[in-house]
Design a protein around this ligand. Structure first.
Ligand SMILES: [Fe+2]
Length: 299
């Protein structure tokens, strides 16, 4: 999951891994086995029966929730993850994914620095953590584990438009690092890739990985009258703060994945300047706040 981006020191090659959230713990995972790009081989043999069982139960619980709540593209692609009874081998998924959209998944020990993360996305490689949560973390795990990364993120990489969006996001991230705009760009990731909703003919549906891999937030995000749901607007979104410790108070709703890709296609340099000017003038927008005249979606 993501952001506000917060750095820890003293990890791989002195580069601080990004952690998403504001915790002050070092990231979980064994970084000694990672290469310079933070990728490593999936240590499949190390999984125990209990690990596979945790994955199987998480998968089954989420799968039965999907109809009517997850977007069609996600539901169509989720079976591409393979046998749901055990933690998949990343290479098998990668092969299918590469045939579909030219993406691959690569194994990482856990959260990785933003530059490394962006570089992988820009090369159409999605980093997936290989460790799985402990049984006592079944309902909530602070850092993304293999279930979140695989089940939440990988199915939509089979969708051509979303796949292109993710690559564009990575390329934009490399630029944002140079423009000191990572926090603004991280908000885009948070409110789309992790917690995005999409408007469909059948009603609102979830496409964000943070929602789709969460037992409680999937139904909440789509059906609860509590949160605000506002139309996707890039500059408005980049001014918006978010919560990392509870369900989102605001969701941004897109019309299509093409809209997302088109929004990310232009150079963001002037966008960042405009957002910064707007923040200086009117401030950031707190989660749950709706602006006058804003297009809202009601359930
Ligand atoms: Fe995530």
């Amino acid at each position: 999951m993501s952001t506000p981006i917060d750095f820890h020191s003293g990890m791989n090659q002195g580069v601080a891994p990004v952690t998403y959230g504001t915790g002050d713990r070092p990231p979980r995972g064994n970084y000694a086995r990672a290469g310079a790009d933070y990728t490593c081989a999936q240590d499949w043999a190390v999984y125990t029966d209990a690990d596979h069982d945790t994955y199987r139960r998480l998968y089954a619980r989420q799968l039965q929730q999907l109809p009517g709540l997850a977007c069609d593209e996600f539901i169509a692609a989720v079976r591409q993850l393979g046998a749901p009874e055990r933690i998949p081998r990343f290479d098998d998924i990668s092969e299918r994914l590469h045939r579909a959209t030219g993406w691959q998944i690569v194994c990482v020990p856990g959260l990785i620095p933003e530059e490394a993360f962006f570089a992988l996305l820009a090369a159409r490689k999605f980093p997936v953590t290989d460790w799985i949560r402990k049984p006592e973390e079944f309902d909530y795990v602070v850092e993304p584990d293999v279930f979140h990364d695989l089940f939440g993120h990988v199915p939509l990489l089979f969708d051509p438009s979303f796949a292109d969006y993710m690559q564009a996001y990575g390329a934009g991230g490399l630029k944002a690092s140079r423009l000191d705009a990572c926090e603004l760009l991280a908000r885009l990731y948070w409110y789309t890739v992790e917690f995005g909703l999409i408007d469909t003919k059948q009603g609102l549906r979830a496409y964000g990985a943070g929602i789709l891999s969460s037992a409680g937030e999937l139904r909440h995000s789509v059906t609860s009258p509590e949160p605000q749901r506002v139309a996707f607007d890039l500059q408005r979104l980049m001014r918006s703060r978010y919560r990392i410790d509870t369900f989102q108070a605001t969701y941004f709703v897109i019309d299509s994945f093409r809209q997302l890709f088109d929004a990310t296609a232009p150079d963001f340099t002037p966008v960042y300047a405009q957002v910064r000017a707007e923040i200086a003038l009117s401030g950031e927008i707190e989660a749950g706040v709706v602006l006058p005249g804003e297009r809202r979606f009601r359930v």
